[in-house]
Write a protein that binds this ligand. Structure first.
Ligand code: NAD
Ligand code: ZN
Length: 361
C-alpha cells in the first residue's frame, strides 16, 4: 500500500437496502482502508458523480439480472487516486492522478471477448454501482488498469457524464456506418445520453433529427445543432415527420437513447434502405418488434451497443475536452439523489444532473 493522503474512517454514501426501497443518505459509511486494498485496486476520492438512468433502473430492479444489495449506485465518477493496493505491479496511474470511473469497473482483459476488443462483454466484468459499490459515495474502490485518465484542464463535473452517457453514444455513433451529410434520428435526444449524441453526431458531420418531448428539451436539442425536432407526445405521425425531413427517403441511422420501449417503435419504418438501428436505451422488459419482411427487404442492420471500451472513453473525453461536445448539466448534492430519480422518472431532466460530492447537504 502507498498513500500520502489523509483518508477518513467514514464517509457519506447513498444506499438502497432492497429493490424499490427508500434511498438512505448515510454519513457514517466505512471507507475501505488503504492497507486492505488488493493488488490492482485503488481508492479514488470522488469530486463529482453523474446520475444516469441506468442507476434508476438498478434501484427499481427492472433489468433481468437484479443488482447486488445493499446497493451503492453510480458509475460516472471523477476524482483523485488517493491510495493504490500494495504490490500493484505496473500501475498506469499514480497517487494524485485525476481519473474517471465508468460502468465497467474492470474486465479480465484475457478472455475471448476482451481479446476481440469487446471488454465490456467480458464475463468477468465488474459493474460500478451494480455488482460492486459505485460512485454515489465519496471514496470508491476501483481498478488501476481500468480507470480512465481525465484530460488536463477539462473540468471534473463536465467530464463525469462523458464516462457513461458520452462514451455510450460516442461508440454507437462511431459504429453506425454513417458518413458526413447522413441523417441520424435520436429518440431520447433531450436526455443524458441523447443530448451528447446530438453533439457527437454533429462532430461526425451528421444531420440530426431529435425526438423527445417538451419545450426545454426542444430548445436544448436545436441549440446543440439538431436540424429537426419531433415531440413524441405531440406528433401525430413520427414516421411521416422523419420521411418529410429527409426528402421522403428516410434516415440513414437511428441511435435510440430513450429509456422507454416506445422510443424503439417505428425506427425500422423511418430508416431508409441500408439503414442502421443502434440500440442504446435499456428499457428492462421491452422486446424489439420489427417487421422481418421490411428488415430484410430494406437491408436494415439492428445492432446493440453497450457502453464502450477504455479506448472509446479516451476518444469521447478527448473530443469533449477540446470543446466540441459540451455536457449540459446542473450540479446537485448526493442528498438530492431521490429528487433526481423522480425527475428522471417524470422525464423532466434536460441533459444531466451531476452530484457535487463536496456538497454534503
Ligand atoms: P434520461 O432519462 O436522461 O433520458 C431519456 C430520454 O428519453 C428522456 O429525455 C425522455 O424524455 C426520453 N424518452 C422517453 N420516451 C421516449 C420516446 N418514446 N421517444 C423519444 N424519447 C423518449 O436517461 P439516460 O441516462 O440518457 O439513459 C437512457 C437509457 O439508456 C436508459 O435506459 C439507460 O439505462 C440506457 N443506457 C444504456 C447504456 C448502454 O450501454 N447501452 C449506457 C447508459 C445508459
Ligand atoms: Zn450510465
Amino acid at each position: 500500500m502507498t498513500t500520502e493522503f489523509v483518508i477518513p474512517q467514514t464517509q457519506i454514501a447513498a444506499i438502497v437496502d432492497k429493490i424499490g426501497g427508500e434511498l438512505q443518505i448515510k454519513n457514517d459509511h466505512p471507507v475501505r482502508r488503504p492497507e486492505e486494498l488488493a493488488p490492482g485496486e485503488c481508492l479514488v476520492k470522488l469530486d463529482f458523480s453523474g446520475a444516469c438512468h441506468s442507476d434508476l433502473h438498478a434501484v427499481l430492479g427492472d433489468w433481468p439480472v437484479p443488482p447486488r444489495l445493499p446497493l451503492i449506485g453510480g458509475h460516472e465518477g471523477v476524482g483523485i487516486v488517493v491510495a493504490i493496493g500494495q504490490n500493484t505491479a505496473h500501475s498506469p496511474v499514480k497517487l494524485g492522478d485525476r481519473v474517471g470511473i465508468k460502468w465497467i469497473a474492470s474486465a479480465c482483459l484475457n478472455c475471448e471477448q476482451c481479446r476481440k476488443g469487446r471488454e465490456q462483454n467480458c464475463p468477468h466484468a465488474l459493474f460500478s454501482g451494480y455488482n460492486i459499490d459505485g460512485t454515489f459515495q465519496e471514496y470508491v474502490v476501483s481498478y488501476v488498469n481500468y480507470v480512465t485518465p481525465i484530460p488536463e484542464g477539462f473540468p471534473s463535473d463536465a467530464a463525469s457524464s462523458v464516462l457513461c452517457a458520452g462514451l455510450t453514444v460516442y461508440r454507437a455513433i462511431k459504429n453506425s456506418q454513417t458518413v458526413p451529410g447522413d441523417w441520424i434520428v435520436i429518440p431520447g435526444a433531450g436526455g443524458g445520453l441523447g443530448h451528447l449524441g446530438v453533439q457527437y453526431a454533429r462532430v461526425r458531420g451528421l444531420r440530426v433529427i431529435a425526438i423527445d418531448t417538451g419545450a426545454h428539451k426542444r430548445d436544448l436539442c436545436l441549440q446543440l445543432g439538431a436540424e429537426k425536432w419531433i415531440d413524441f407526445k405531440e406528433s401525430k405521425d413520427i414516421v411521416k415527420e422523419v420521411l418529410d425531413a429527409t426528402n421522403g427517403l428516410g434516415a440513414h441511422a437511428a441511435v435510440v437513447t430513450a429509456s422507454s420501449s416506445k422510443g424503439y417503435e417505428q425506427a425500422i419504418e423511418y430508416l431508409r434502405p441500408g439503414g442502421f438501428l443502434m440500440c442504446n436505451g435499456l428499457p428492462g422488459s421491452a422486446t424489439l418488434s420489427a417487421s422481418v419482411f421490411f428488415t430484410v427487404f430494406k437491408s436494415i442492420t439492428i445492432c446493440g451497443s453497450y457502453v464502450g471500451t477504455r479506448q472509446d472513453a479516451i476518444e469521447a473525453l478527448d473530443i469533449a475536452a477540446r470543446g466540441l461536445v459540451k455536457v449540459h448539466f446542473m450540479n446537485k448534492s448526493l442528498g438530492d439523489l431521490k429528487d433526481v430519480y423522480d425527475g428522471m422518472m417524470n422525464g423532466t431532466i434536460a441533459g444531466r444532473i451531476v452530484l457535487d460530492m463536496a456538497n454534503k447537504c
